[in-house]
Design a binder for this molecule. Structure first.
Ligand code: TDO
Length: 187
């Protein structure tokens, strides 16, 4: 297992150990002690899976309160996955980390609490899976605009316009979200 640090220290790219043989392969996608030692110290309470077609962009989603740490990966296809630090007193506020997650590279991205999360499907379709450290609380969830120029995410080029949910298409700019709606870094 290999861990790649990122420009935002709390965000990690994890490459699980792959045990290949003539039958195929085996990986451990989560093992509490080992992942905690890496810095993924979460009591996961919910697992999610979503299937999307080429060009679907989900995000950028924040839940606060009831912030969720997310351990995300792809089991079919490929996505460009992004974490944006939205902890309003963070030295990394507004900065983003992007990572190509594919069924082939088996990479996982650890997105701690206090980050907005989103992804864009760059293959024909993709099956996305993630563990969450808190339950879904739709009443505290909101979206930040995927192409907010102040954040400036360098999304991969597509041959079509991204497909968004209504909620995501109407999302606010980060600068228009009031600080009391945002998570904090210092607690
Ligand atoms: C996220 C979620 C959705 N749902 C339901 C609500 C709705 O009817 C349907 C689709 O919801 P959404 O449109 O919000 O799904 P989606 O746009 O895939 O939302 C997800 O996006 C990615 C980027 C994240 O980071 C996730 O935390 C989550 O916000 O599924 C649940 O029942 N539980 C959940 O945990």
């Amino acid at each position: 297992m290999n861990v790649i640090s990122t420009a935002i220290p709390d965000v990690l790219i994890i490459e699980p150990q792959v045990y290949g043989d003539e039958r195929g392969f085996f990986i451990e996608t989560w093992q509490q002690e080992r992942y905690a030692a890496l810095g993924v110290d979460a009591d996961f309470v919910q697992d999610n899976q979503s299937y999307s077609k080429y060009g679907v962009l989900r995000g950028l989603h924040v839940q606060h309160p009831f912030a969720q740490g997310k351990l995300v990966s792809v089991i079919h296809g490929e996505v460009f996955d992004v974490a944006v630090d939205v902890r309003y007193d963070s030295p990394f506020f507004g900065q983003w980390i992007g990572c190509l997650l594919t069924a082939q590279n088996k990479r996982q991205l650890w997105i701690p609490k206090g980050f907005a999360h989103g992804y864009l499907v760059t293959s024909v379709d993709a099956l996305f899976t993630y563990k969450c450290s808190d339950y879904y609380h739709p009443e505290t969830q909101f979206a930040i605009r995927w192409n907010d120029p102040a954040i400036g995410i360098a999304w991969p080029q597509l041959t079509i316009a991204p497909t968004l949910s209504i909620k995501d298409a109407q999302a606010a700019l980060l600068a228009d979200v009031s600080p009391d709606q945002l998570p904090v870094y210092s607690t």
